[in-house]
Ligand binder design. Structure first.
Ligand SMILES: [Mg+2]
Length: 367
């Protein structure tokens, strides 16, 4: 199979619940998504999506992803999209770094791998473990009462895992997590996600003041070494998210016994090919694993669902239903979420049908 054409579209995806605010007051009103279609000489088309959370969350931004297509796409015309590792090496050869920019292309190739084999992506990625994956819902930073109210609404809607955005003033953050914990039933699992926002002294204050509460701590500090310094004082599960940008970091975290779990974001590591390598290694090393992404709607969510369901249940933490966060759609075919859980499509590849007629004029075409 050969790639004959690469087309990209942009889609603005406003958040249903208004501004999304995390540590340091960093805020976004929606995702700015790039959707990629890859056509082939076999008559099959593959689709992928990448949507950063603003330009502040990861070293990625929408305009960067689009500019990178001009470097990447011409070099991929004629390449075999089914040879995913060879194709990734080609992308890395043409453009150093910028993994987020490669993620939608890699995802579209995996859509083709599944369609060519007439198998859903979950089966192509190792097998389907169970029918559904648990979903978490983030409660953006606000006044404690407002956060508690929002968390209560999400739990009423069926979510059983709530991520509380902290990482600002540690005393105020204590009030945030206490308010949310008080508002929810005991069986709702809480994650205090600082999104790299604290220094170690702030994280220590938070940890000390919340000793009696049950929650997971996620990415307290920015630098790897700061998180490592906290480990000995953190008597609860510690999840690394922003730090996990490569297999090399995972290997280091395993050697340092730093993390109990990791969050892999497809765009951060460069797509499904590299996420799969990191995921499978983490599972072998006994870590809890979440596979998700930085944003997107149905196309991207389908990829997260397939990757999550092909992660053994004993190692799987949860994922996220981003298509339910936004007011627009970009594909049909994703099974409806129920009771805070999400299934993956059973049709070949990503198993969704993109709504191409809604995307407007392409922002980029290479052939
Ligand atoms: Mg996180």
């Amino acid at each position: 199979m050969r790639i004959t054409k690469i087309t990209a579209y942009g889609q603005n995806q406003p958040f249903r619940d208004g501004a999304y605010t995390c540590s340091g007051g960093r805020s976004a009103l929606g995702f700015d998504s790039t959707i990629v279609r890859i056509d082939t000489d076999a008559g099959l088309a593959g689709w992928g999506e990448m949507a950063p959370l603003g330009a502040f969350y990861d070293p990625s931004f929408a305009a960067g992803a689009r500019a990178a297509l001009g470097e990447l796409a011409p070099a991929l015309i004629g390449a075999d999209p089914l040879q995913t590792i060879a194709l990734n090496r080609r992308m890395d050869h043409v453009l150093k770094g910028h993994p987020y920019a490669k993620s939608a292309i890699d995802m579209a190739c995996w859509d083709l791998v599944g369609k060519n084999a007439e198998q859903p992506l979950a089966e192509m990625l190792g097998g389907r473990f169970g029918d559904t994956v648990a979903l978490y819902r983030s409660v953006p930073q606000a006044e404690p009462d407002r956060m508690a109210e929002q968390a209560r609404r999400y739990v009423a809607a069926g979510y059983t895992r709530i991520q509380v955005k902290v990482g600002l003033d540690p005393d105020e953050d204590v009030a945030r997590i206490e308010a949310v914990r008080d508002a929810l039933p005991r069986d709702v699992v809480l994650f205090a996600d600082a999104n790299s926002g604290w220094n170690t002294h702030q994280a220590r204050r938070f940890l000390r003041a919340t000793r009696s509460l049950d929650y997971y701590l996620e990415q307290p500090c920015d630098r790897y070494e700061e998180n490592l310094a906290l480990r000995a004082d953190c008597d609860r599960p510690l999840i690394l998210d922003e730090s996990i940008d490569s297999l090399a970091v995972l290997m280091r975290a395993c050697a340092d016994r730093l993390a109990d779990g990791i969050t892999i974001k497809l765009a951060r590591v460069g797509g499904i090919t590299k996420a799969r390598l990191i995921r499978d290694t983490a599972v072998e090393m006994g870590l809890a694993v979440t596979v998700e992404d930085t944003g997107g709607a149905e196309i991207d969510t389908a990829a997260m669902a397939h990757m999550s369901l092909s992660t053994p249940e004993s190692a799987r933490l949860h994922t996220v239903d981003f298509h339910n966060w936004v007011t627009v759609s970009n594909a049909t075919g994703l099974p409806p979420c129920k009771d805070g859980k999400m299934a993956a499509p059973t049709a070949p590849g990503l198993g969704v049908t993109p709504l191409e007629e809604k995307f407007g004029k392409p922002i980029y075409v290479a052939s």
